[in-house]
Design a protein around this ligand. Structure first.
Ligand SMILES: CC(C)(COP(=O)(O)OP(=O)(O)OC[C@H]1O[C@@H](n2cnc3c(N)ncnc32)[C@H](O)[C@@H]1OP(=O)(O)O)[C@@H](O)C(=O)NCCC(=O)NCCS
Length: 257
């Protein structure tokens, strides 16, 4: 029986969450070998881009998570693997001067799926992308039901069938219903993801509010401002309070859940 959900909180990931995060990842990615990040890797990610790492908690416990970095789209326009995009888990691929938010992880624990918690994580990512004035969001999305069809059809046909709702894929259906569109098939994307036959779909969402930085110095100014922009409330870390913002142009009031 599903436990009663009394309290849903979207909050920034902190290193104190690590052990619970690790346990949640092991449960969420049952078919993937070594499905969790090491503590040092999470620490690195948090030090590089704390604003991009969020968890969703139900009754005070982690039920899901979304991790992101900022990349330079041109560098990864073509084929790439998960190992490459994460800089072999060093996140050296993250750059504050990049133009694209890249999702490196998203999951909801199995017993909490289908409750639109994943959608909340994606809504946050979209807001973050808009607030940072990035061109869009990308990631390699798994296709975990593909193994059932891999002898009968190509990934391309599979994606078409999922799009036309003739085949159900729990992850690709989720991405499509969150307004992401497939750009290309990525071969050998995630090592050991046998459910997807190591294929992934490069998915994209465009930020329609993106504004090309002005060449008369504003770009550099905005860049400097963004260093201190969008920090979680230092006291609570919870996404329902005040956010520092030097450039008024980028100011916003986050949505309260
Ligand atoms: C993908 C995942 C994060 C979705 O999270 P979720 O909280 O269950 O999804 P939501 O409840 O927010 O669903 C949002 C929409 O996605 C679609 N969707 C979600 N799960 C679906 C499923 N199993 N089958 C078909 N559609 C689905 C629905 O259309 C839903 O629309 P609705 O809001 O109109 O109901 C979750 O299934 C998961 O953790 N999967 C395993 C980890 C994983 O592989 N992550 C992806 C890495 S690329």
């Amino acid at each position: 029986m599903k436990q009663k959900i009394k309290n849903i909180e979207l909050t920034y990931l902190t290193i104190d969450d690590y052990q619970e995060l690790k346990r949640a990842m092991i449960i969420a990615y049952k078919t993937i070998p070594n499905p969790y990040w090491e503590e040092l890797e999470i620490q690195t990610l948090l030090s590089k881009f704390p604003e991009g790492q969020i968890v969703i908690k139900v009754n005070g416990h982690i039920t899901g998570c979304a991790l992101s970095i900022i990349i330079d789209h041109e560098q990864f326009e073509d084929q790439h693997t998960y190992k490459e995009i994460t800089g072999n888990s060093t996140f050296d691929t993250h750059t504050q001067s990049g133009d694209t938010l890249y999702g490196i992880d998203v999951f909801i624990k199995p017993e909490f799926r289908g409750l639109r918690l994943g959608r909340r994580l994606y809504d946050f990512r979209k807001e973050l992308c808009e607030k940072l004035n990035l061109k869009g969001i990308e990631f390699g999305g798994r296709i975990p039901n593909y193994h059932k069809y891999q002898d009968k059809m190509s990934p391309k046909t599979y994606i078409e069938r999922v799009k036309s709702k003739k085949i159900l894929d729990p992850v690709l259906n989720f991405q499509l219903s969150n307004d992401f569109y497939p750009v290309r098939v990525l071969k050998g994307y995630l090592e050991g993801d046998s459910a997807s036959n190591e294929y992934a779909v490069l998915l994209k969402w465009d930020n329609i509010y993106y504004e090309k930085p002005c060449s008369l110095g504003f770009g550099a100014m905005a860049d400097a401002s963004l260093q201190g922009y969008y920090r979680p409330n230092a006291a609570s870390g919870i996404l329902c309070g005040h956010f520092e913002c030097i450039q008024k142009r980028f100011c916003f009031v986050p949505r309260i859940f």
